[in-house]
Design a protein around this ligand. Structure first.
Ligand code: NAP
Length: 306
């Protein structure tokens, strides 16, 4: 089938690291335009204004938004109103209501909306889900500890309202958890550590109704930890490296070290959704984040500077 034309909006860290290489190798998509105030992709028509791109390129049927969540909603709304299919980076919005509005709008305009969760495409997530199916889960423990200076250098938006703070990576863990377990219950309590000079948490500890805990921390230097350890009636298992390795009783059984398969899988899924005139908008990971922010006890900690 001929490749569909797509525009990439927000040529920042994730667009360069993942979206551009995934699209370059895609059998489904042709990167036909970029919209950015600062970045371009060689050989691709570059716009600085989103409305101008929508007006000038009616042949581009799909828009992939790689902006941070705070500025993203008006872009998504304008794209849908212009009859374009829309792919959203995670988290799909600043708030749940924003995403409900986009879903309703996409349905009204007859376009596809895909709220992506890249970590669900990690190599070992599907094998872990298959292994867990039919087993009784008795507890789960998420430990997601990384260095914000390494992964978000200078990105002040993560600490601004709507940026989610440590939930920006934490929601990746929750996207995996809600994919592999049929019942994650609900958040029952949380402690949130806010740097004295910031509006979002740098660390969070969550408790769930289903004997699940989560420990998110953005202050870990040295080796990084992205683990989900699960006890079942058939013994322990664990997803490590952000869902890329799956262990059963301490032995590696599936996965790989590379994360480079996640974004190609997202774009393949977007192609399926567009061809099938469908949308995929699962807000389960974001519900847990919103609830943690609602229930969380606030603890003030040291100021944070990049
Ligand atoms: P980023 O590099 O800080 O920003 C991406 C682009 O967004 C920037 O290049 C900028 O575009 C545009 N932008 C930023 N603020 C804007 C504003 N107020 N108005 C209009 N455009 C604005 O962010 P990122 O790390 O790529 O993250 C973007 C999204 O991807 C986030 O939702 C994040 O959670 C997700 N994500 C990030 C990573 C990662 O490793 N960083 C991994 C997975 C997912 P121009 O200068 O090009 O106009």
């Amino acid at each position: 089938m001929p490749r569909e034309r797509i525009a990439l909006v927000g040529i920042g860290k994730i667009a360069r690291d993942q979206h551009v290489p995934a699209l370059a190798a895609s059998p489904d998509w042709e990167l036909a335009a970029t919209v950015s105030r600062s970045g371009t992709v060689e050989g691709v028509e570059a716009f600085t204004d989103f409305a101008a791109m929508l007006e000038a390129r009616p042949d581009i049927g799909t828009v992939s938004l790689c902006l941070p969540p705070q500025p993203r909603y008006p872009y998504a709304e304008a794209a849908i109103r212009a009859g374009r299919h829309v792919m959203l980076e995670k988290p799909p919005g600043q708030t749940l209501a924003e995403v409900h509005c986009l879903r309703a709008l996409a349905d009204a305009f007859g376009v596809s909306l895909y709220a992506t969760w890249h970590s669900r495409m990690a190599a070992a997530v599907a094998p872990a889900k298959a292994w867990l199916a039919g087993r009784v889960v008795t507890s789960a423990r998420i430990v997601w500890r990384e260095d914000v200076r390494k992964w978000h250098p200078g990105q002040d938006w993560v600490f601004e309202p709507g940026g989610m703070g440590v939930f920006d990576p934490g929601i990746n863990a929750l996207s995996i958890l809600t994919e592999i377990l049929p019942h994650t219950g609900h958040v029952t309590g949380a402690e949130l550590e806010f740097p004295a000079n910031r509006d979002t948490p740098i660390a969070a500890r969550l408790r769930f109704s289903e004997n699940i805990t989560a420990d998110f921390d953005w202050r870990q230097e040295g080796p990084q930890t992205w683990d989900i350890e699960i006890e079942t009636d058939a013994g322990p298992c664990a997803l490590r490296l952000g869902g890329n390795r799956f262990e059963v009783a301490g032995r590696d059984v599936a996965g790989e070290e590379s994360i480079m398969g996640e974004y190609p899988a997202l774009y393949a899924r977007m192609a399926e959704l567009v061809r099938g005139s469908q949308s995929e908008v699962d807000l389960a990971p974001m519900v847990h984040v919103a609830d943690a922010l609602t229930l969380g006890r606030r603890v003030v900690t040291d100021p944070f500077h990049f």
